[in-house]
Design a protein around this ligand. Structure first.
Ligand code: HEC
Length: 139
């Protein structure tokens, strides 16, 4: 009897590993799609100020390419998009003090996608942002 239970336990854990492996595999495919959608969101909503190159305009629109400000805190960038920002910030050694208006008409998915596009473009390697993280910053 004990041996049966042991075998059953092994089968169940093996099955569980298979399922969870399948799920994380699906998540890995998600990122390239998110980046692709994010490019469109960027072109429509951000490009006018932050530019095609993500370099912005020195002293006016801060860069998103290799931005030390963004690199420090991804969650803060979610808040900037949802609520806008009107305070002096320092990005890559230059001060910026032009307000950015809120873009909270974007969906949680669009905000996550655009940050994943930015975070994996122009030499950036930032961590992946999920719609759930965006949702948690909306109120
Ligand atoms: C109308 C111009 C404008 C648009 C459109 C705009 N931004 Fe900004 N953005 C700014 C300005 C100006 C600042 C600096 C705000 C400050 O000084 O407090 C800024 C700051 C930022 C920052 C923080 C600073 C940095 O460089 O890391 C992020 C991140 C950002 N914007 C992302 C976006 C994203 C993503 C979009 C599109 C969804 C967007 N912005 C659209 C003007 C704009």
């Amino acid at each position: 009897m004990r041996i049966l239970i042991l075998i059953l336990a092994l089968v169940i854990t093996g099955y569980y590993r298979l399922i969870s492996g399948g799920i994380s595999g699906a998540r890995q495919d998600e990122l390239p799609k998110s980046i692709e959608r994010g490019k469109e969101v960027y072109n429509l909503n951000c490009l006018g100020c932050h530019q095609v190159s993500g370099e912005g305009l020195p002293g006016v629109y801060p860069p998103l390419a290799k931005s030390d400000h963004l690199d420090q805190d991804q969650i803060k960038s979610i808040v900037i998009i949802l609520k806008g920002q009107n305070e002096e910030i320092r990005v890559n050694g230059t001060n910026y003090n032009v307000p950015m208006t809120s873009l909270n008409q974007l969906t949680d998915q669009q905000v996550a996608d655009v940050l994943n596009y930015i975070g994996n473009n122009w030499g950036n390697h930032f961590s992946t942002v999920t719609p759930a993280q965006v949702k948690s910053k909306r109120n």
